[in-house]
Write a protein that binds this ligand. Sequence first.
Ligand code: CTP
Ligand code: MG
Length: 228
Amino acid sequence: MNFVIIVAAGTGSRMNSDLPKQFLDLNGVPVIMHTIDHFHQSSTISEIILVISKEMEQFWTDLCLKQHYRTPVHLAFGGDTRFASVKNGLAYIQENFELGTNDYIAVHDGARPIISSSLIARAFQGAYEHQAIVLAQKSIESVRTGNSTSNNAVDRNQVWLVQTPQVFHADLLTRAYCQKEDPLFTDDASVVEKLGNRIAIVEGDAKNIKITYPQDLQIAQFYLNLIK
Ligand code: CTP
Ligand code: MG
């Protein structure tokens, strides 16, 4: 079976909005519903686990009623960090499904609504081959590392900008997330890598943006209309 854990329990501090960014409107529908629908439409995915913060549970229920949205997801509750949210999503899977050797788990940011069935399929194909993959794109900008007064050029051909979904063999991901202390990593590949596993890169898509700042909503709207 192929699972996806969609993490949507963040507060979206960089967006500076009262409502977490994943619930903001995008073309008349909350961002998170676009994200869920793309996974729901994908024939690659068997089960969707949506992780939201416990405080947003009633809001989510009301939102689904208001939008006449028959949500195709299992609900789990997030933690203070992305690591804790993914860990809770994984715990939900372990409690409710019997994981086997043919199972794979993707983790996807709820704040990335421009995801397509073909990109999801490509990510899983990579995982069947390599067991642990991230979607990523080569940097199109020149890159420097350091601080504002002391820095050095980096070969941009060696720099990859990482997206989600990131897909892993289920056993690998559950073992990686067994650790108790939160490593404060911002993605799942970093957690799996800590176990000593190699991560393969699968070509991502420039349109697969993560909504982070207010202007990203306009960019996402443009891309959504483009792929319609
Ligand atoms: N996320 C989560 N639980 C957390 C923190 C983040 O489920 N405790 C999710 C977010 O909802 C988002 C994804 O992880 O879909 C990527 O995180 P990010 O873009 O950093 O979102 P936020 O942490 O909400 O935003 P910010 O960093 O601006 O506060
Ligand atoms: Mg964050």
